[in-house]
Design a protein around this ligand. Structure first.
Ligand SMILES: [Zn+2]
Length: 287
């Protein structure tokens, strides 16, 4: 969620992070009744047939941003501090939303991010995370840090291969869940309207992400984007401050019972993660 909500709600949430055991790489059967993707969306996800290496993303650096932090509601003075959001000020961070039963958005974001991180590493990519933990005794980082991370890679952010130090990361994905009216459902993808960054590439990446989520059986937003599942906004520091192609995904509406069921299950989280990795791979291999 990208809007401010009360701290008390998130404070009531108590889901410790325990990474589920990742199973095989095969796709799961479709769990929804979403129609099959069109030829066009399928084509958008095509990967190169000559990609025979088991590390097809070697040398690539991807920034993954699990939105919010579980403990944000416990540090109001910290997260309400104003920071640069791309030419204007905005609070450092917000608490995020939750399901009606209290499953925190911060936890959902983090679990999906860990699926993405693990799979990208298997494909040979270097993954830089904006936060490495999901804990009640932590807050942040602020949105300006999330936005700038990856603009100039540091040696300590990289693994064994330091050759990318001083360069920009290749791609950024910010992972969120929305908190809207209970009747609304589906995912949407946000691209910055700011002149900075790589708007055209970010938009192409957003379309690949849309295709991947659709192909996995997830529904497009019924309430944002007029059926396109795309949203163009100028108020998000995480996107505005990125000097690399970047999108923010709102993977579902946590206040909708059907979306919440997918978002809180380990199976659903793996399914989101796999789809997001397919989109990242397609974007990195085809630009
Ligand atoms: Zn959020």
């Amino acid at each position: 969620m990208t809007a401010v909500m009360t701290a008390g709600l998130a404070a009531a949430v108590a889901t410790a992070v325990g990474l589920g055991v990742l199973s095989g790489v095969g796709r799961e059967p479709e769990a929804t009744t979403a129609p099959r993707p069109t030829q066009a969306t399928t084509h958008a996800l095509a990967t190169t047939s000559d990609s025979t290496s088991d590390k097809p993303l070697a040398g690539k650096v991807v920034v993954i941003d699990p939105g919010h932090q579980l403990g944000n509601s416990r540090f109001p003075s910290k997260i309400n501090r104003l920071v640069d959001a791309g030419g204007f000020k905005k609070p450092c961070n917000t608490t995020g939303t939750s399901t009606n039963s209290g499953y925190a958005e911060a936890t959902f974001n983090f679990k999906v991010a860990k699926v993405v991180q693990r799979r990208l590493k298997k494909l040979g990519a270097t993954v830089v995370m904006t936060r490495k933990a999901n804990r009640y005794d932590r807050w942040g980082p602020c949105v300006d840090f999330r936005g700038r991370l990856g603009n100039k890679l540091k040696k300590q952010q990289l693994g064994a291969d330091k050759s990318r130090a001083g360069t920009r990361a290749d791609l950024k994905l910010s992972i969120h869940g929305d908190g809207s009216a209970a009747g609304n459902r589906g995912f949407h993808i946000i691209v910055s309207t700011h002149k900075t960054g790589h708007r055209a590439t970010s938009k192409a990446y957003a379309k690949r992400t849309r295709a991947a989520l659709w192909d996995a059986g997830f529904k497009r937003s019924t309430y944002i984007g007029g059926g396109t599942a795309l949203s163009f906004r100028g108020d998000l520091a995480t996107l505005n401050l990125s000097r690399i192609p970047a999108v923010m995904v709102e993977l579902g509406n946590m206040r909708n019972a059907k979306d919440a069921k997918q978002m809180t299950s380990a199976k659903g989280q793996r399914k989101y993660g796999r789809a997001l990795v397919r989109a990242i791979r397609a974007q990195l291999e085809h630009g």
